[in-house]
Each structure stands twice: as structure tokens, then as C-alpha cells.
Design a protein around this ligand. Structure first.
Ligand SMILES: Cc1cc2nc3c(=O)[nH]c(=O)nc-3n(C[C@H](O)[C@H](O)[C@H](O)COP(=O)(O)OP(=O)(O)OC[C@H]3O[C@@H](n4cnc5c(N)ncnc54)[C@H](O)[C@@H]3O)c2cc1C
Length: 473
């Protein structure tokens, strides 16, 4: 008898191995630990099996087998979900990263993109033709989770969120139907996929409308000491009131890197970074961005002509995988002086140097998109902020979470609680109301009933299926 014991493979894992053409990884496999990992180090979950489908038929088989074996389903693309929705304990992770193809049609200005793509790769492919779609501000963010949950990026003032540029999506439903959603086909599903998250099925392909951007643009960041922050925010508010759509960017409370390019007085110190990008004709960029002279002279100016892809990677250095994270956010209709002072106070109180607050000015094309076109709400609120808590030591979980939540609550005193699915923390039904409001939530629940009545896809900001309408005799 052999002394080697064979790894135990569960009946479910065996079934996936038999029926899928893509990779199937169980706890006994060498790459299990690598492949079950997600961006947020808070989630160290152990799925029964990770499957990596290679096409829509494989995805269909994975969904049907998961349901047959009564396994919870997590859908994973970039793995960036702050509440850890891309993984689970004891269930199946449908890891889409092997469906990561992209086809760009420069004549029609559209891109067809696999449901497992990340923004770094998509930006590279579209920029080869001088085209782009609003994308993630960190290159490893998944195109799928980002787009389905709204998709705010540096180009949002010229082309809206990523979901606003969606032309169609191909999806595998809970029952295994493979369908296309667009304005003409399954329009209710198309409406819901634009902002309603991963509630309705597994998206295997997105088709995006593109816009001419770059490849060289004027952009980068300017650093100010934190003592100047209140003045800079107030000036930014006033400048952005009349700024053309092409003036894009935002303000980030950071801790300045300890690096030779940073002035000594700023190294390792709390600072305000102004991210700047001109999303128009390069020849007009200097003139277009001159409005920011009002913000005062920065301590460090890194704005110069550079590839759009370089701007898209500016924040990568601040967002490494494996850190423990808690993200929350809000929107404001006004930016009174009291709110500015709250931002500075909350930023000064951050318990970890790796935590940030980011403030964006929306408006432009995002605000002009008719409210009823997509599941995204709050288009009339021009100010968006994120409180991003990021730390390493598990013993500091509570203090870091409390800072983010407390900061958000203080900032919400200047506004009602509003946000987008990508940015809300996992606070159950409260998060859904904050993201959608009651009317859109009702419509999302009706679409959910049509495509996933048993709520097989519930690891997300979960919209419960509406009850079936009762027939009247
Ligand atoms: C460092 C960092 C930077 C970020 N920057 C931005 C930003 O600039 N703008 C912004 O809007 N958001 C941003 N986010 C939030 C991010 O967009 C959301 O967390 C989004 O859900 C991440 O998508 P993902 O595919 O990477 O995540 P995953 O964890 O892989 O997926 C998250 C969820 O999306 C759904 N999903 C994923 N793939 C599919 C699919 N193929 N079909 C159906 N459902 C699917 C599932 O519900 C899944 O649970 C950022 C997050 C991080 C951590």
C-alpha cells in the first residue's frame, strides 16, 4: 500500500473539475492560497473551490453546478471590493480573471471587454488608439465590479461614470441563461447593470463607448502643506463652480512620501495633494488649467505632459494589496466653510499614515446624464468624498474603522447620507438606501426578481428580489 495519501477532493470540486474547461483550484492545490486572496487584507476566507472559467459556457456551468451543490457564490474580478464581496468561506469563487480579452474598434470607438479584465490592461489597449473610457484610479481595480457599481474616475466630468459609457453587457443569469442587455434588448436589466452591482448575474463581456483622450495629457499632482488645506479647498470650490468639463481631478489628504523628489519640510508630513488632469485638447491645456493659480503656489508641482496611462497609475503607490481597509464615503450639495474645516480636522486626526480622504468635484457630463437612465442616483450632488482607512496591524482594526465611520458621520452633518455602490461600506439595508434611494431600490428589486429570484448572487450590496405581484381576480 502506498504511504502517500491522496488529497481529499469534495464531490463538488470533482464535479467542477469534470465539467469546466478552465482551472479549478481546491484547498489541496499549491496555488489555492494565492488565488483565494483579495485586495483587502481584512478578508482571509477559505472557499471550498475557486474556479476560473474561460468563456461564457464555462461560467454557465459554474453557476449551475454551484447551485446544484448548494454552494454560496462569490464573483471575483479585480478583487478590490472593500467589504470583501469577491470571496467567501466554504462556497465557490467564480474568478473571472481568465476572461480578460479586449477588442478595440477605433472606427466605431467601442471596446468589447472580458468580464475579468483590470483597468491597467484596458487603459493600455484603448490608449494604443488614443481612446479611453472613465476608468479606475488604481490600475488593478477590476473593470467588472467597478462598472457595475457605478465607476467614478478622472474622466467623469467629460464622459460620466464607466456605467454611463456602457453600450451593452452579456450576462449569465442564475438560471444559466446567456443574455445580452442593451437599450434595445432587456432594457430593464441594462438599466440595473449600470450601477446596481453584481446582483443580477455574472457579466462575461462589456461593450463601452470610447472617447479620444491622450495618449499625452497635461496632468499630475501638486502638493500643499496641510496648513494651507482650508484655503486650497475653498479656492478649489470657487474655481470649480465655473470650470469647463475638461478640468478634472480632485484633492487628497495624504501623508507625503519620504522620497528625494519631495521637499524635506514635507516628507512624511500630512499634506494635501491636488490631482490635476486636462481631459481636452493638449494645446489648450496650460490655459485651461491656469484657473488653479488661485489655489496658491504648491510646495511640489508634478504637473507636466505625460501619458494618460501614467496619470491613471498615480495612486497605485498608495494602494498596495494586503493592507487592511475600511472605506466609506458621502456626497454634498454645498461646500460651506464649516464642511471645509471638518475635512481638515478629520484628516489631521487619522490614526494611520496610509489612510486618506479624497474630495472630488463631479458635475459636467456625469450631472447631465438623465437621472432615470441608470440605477446610479444623486447626479445633482457635485461634491463626493471618500474616507479611506488603511492599516496593517490587526490590533488596530477598531480604531481605524472608527476613524473612517466617525469622519463620515461628522461630514454627513453637512449633508444627507448619499453615495454610490462602489464607495459605501457594508452596512446592510442602510447602504442600499444611501446608494440608491427608495424609488430606484424598488425598481432594482423588481429586476432582481426577474433575473435572480432565489438571490443566488447575494455577496454584494444585496438587493432582495421583490415579491411577485399578486394577481387580481
Ligand atoms: C484601491 C481601490 C481603488 C478604488 N478606486 C475606485 C475608483 O476610483 N472609482 C470607483 O468607482 N471605485 C473605486 N474603488 C471601488 C471599486 O470600484 C469597487 O470595490 C469594485 O466593486 C471593485 O471591483 P473589482 O472587480 O475589483 O472587485 P471584486 O472584489 O472582484 O468584485 C466586487 C463585486 O463586483 C461584482 N462583480 C465582479 N465581477 C463581476 C462580474 N464579472 N459579473 C458580475 N458581478 C461581478 C461582484 O458582486 C463582486 O462581489 C476602488 C477600490 C479600491 C480597493
Amino acid at each position: 500500500m502506498s504511504t502517500h495519501s491522496r488529497p481529499v477532493v469534495s464531490p463538488a470540486e470533482r464535479a467542477f473539475r469534470t465539467q469546466l474547461r478552465g482551472q479549478v483550484i481546491g484547498p489541496a492545490d499549491a496555488d489555492y492560497d494565492e488565488l483565494r486572496r483579495v485586495f483587502n487584507g481584512m478578508f482571509d476566507r477559505r472557499p471550498a473551490v475557486v474556479v476560473r472559467p474561460i468563456d461564457e459556457h464555462d461560467v454557465r456551468a459554474a453557476v449551475l453546478l454551484a447551485r446544484e451543490h448548494e454552494l454560496e457564490i462569490a464573483i471575483r474580478c479585480g478583487g478590490h471590493s472593500a467589504p470583501g464581496f469577491g470571496t467567501c468561506d466554504g462556497g465557490v469563487v467564480i474568478d473571472m480573471r481568465d476572461i480578460a480579452c479586449v477588442q478595440v474598434d477605433p472606427q466605431r470607438r467601442v471596446a468589447r471587454v472580458g468580464g475579468g479584465m483590470d483597468w491597467g490592461a484596458l487603459d493600455a489597449a484603448t490608449q494604443a488608439h488614443g481612446l479611453a473610457v472613465t476608468g479606475g484610479r488604481v490600475s488593478s481595480t477590476g473593470v467588472a465590479g467597478f462598472t457595475l457599481g457605478s465607476g467614478s474616475g478622472w474622466l467623469e466630468r467629460v464622459m460620466g461614470f464607466a456605467a454611463d459609457s456602457l453600450v451593452s453587457a452579456r450576462m449569465v443569469s442564475a438560471e444559466g441563461a446567456i443574455v445580452t442587455a442593451s437599450r434595445d434588448e432587456n432594457p430593464d436589466l441594462f438599466w440595473a447593470l449600470r450601477g446596481g452591482g453584481g446582483n443580477f448575474g455574472v457579466v462575461v463581456e462589456f461593450e463601452f463607448a470610447l472617447r479620444a483622450i491622450g495618449p499625452t495629457i497635461l496632468g499630475g499632482s501638486r502638493f500643499y502643506p496641510i496648513d494651507a488645506a482650508a484655503h486650497v479647498i475653498a479656492a478649489f470650490r470657487d474655481v470649480m463652480e465655473d470650470a469647463p468639463d475638461e478640468v478634472c481631478g480632485g484633492l487628497t489628504f495624504i501623508t507625503a512620501p519620504v522620497a528625494p523628489f519631495v521637499p524635506e519640510s514635507l516628507r512624511g508630513q500630512p499634506a494635501l495633494a491636488h490631482m490635476v488632469l486636462w481631459a481636452g485638447n493638449l494645446a489648450e491645456a496650460e490655459k485651461g488649467l491656469a484657473c488653479f493659480d488661485e489655489l496658491g503656489r504648491p510646495a511640489l508641482d508634478l504637473v507636466d505632459p505625460k501619458p494618460y496611462t501614467a496619470v491613471q497609475r498615480t495612486l497605485d503607490a498608495f494602494a498596495g494589496p494586503g493592507m487592511r481597509n475600511y472605506y466609506t464615503s458621502g456626497l454634498m450639495r454645498e461646500m460651506p466653510q464649516a464642511a471645509i474645516e471638518t475635512f481638515v480636522r478629520v484628516a489631521r486626526a487619522k490614526p494611520s499614515t496610509t489612510s486618506h480622504i479624497i474630495l472630488y468635484r463631479l458635475g459636467g457630463a456625469f450631472a447631465r446624464m438623465p437621472e432615470e437612465e441608470t440605477a446610479i442616483s444623486h447626479r445633482d450632488a457635485p461634491w463626493m468624498y471618500q474616507v479611506l482607512s488603511s492599516w496593517l496591524d490587526p490590533d488596530s482594526d477598531e480604531v481605524n474603522r472608527a476613524w473612517a465611520r466617525g469622519g463620515r458621520d461628522e461630514l454627513n452633518q453637512h449633508s444627507e447620507a448619499m453615495s454610490f455602490a462602489n464607495f459605501v461600506a457594508d452596512e446592510g439595508d442602510a447602504s442600499l438606501r444611501v446608494a440608491y434611494g427608495d424609488t430606484k431600490l424598488g425598481r432594482l428589486a423588481a429586476v432582481k426578481r426577474d433575473w435572480d429570484p432565489g438571490n443566488a448572487f447575494h455577496l454584494n450590496h444585496n438587493v432582495k428580489p421583490a415579491l411577485a405581484p399578486t394577481s387580481v381576480a
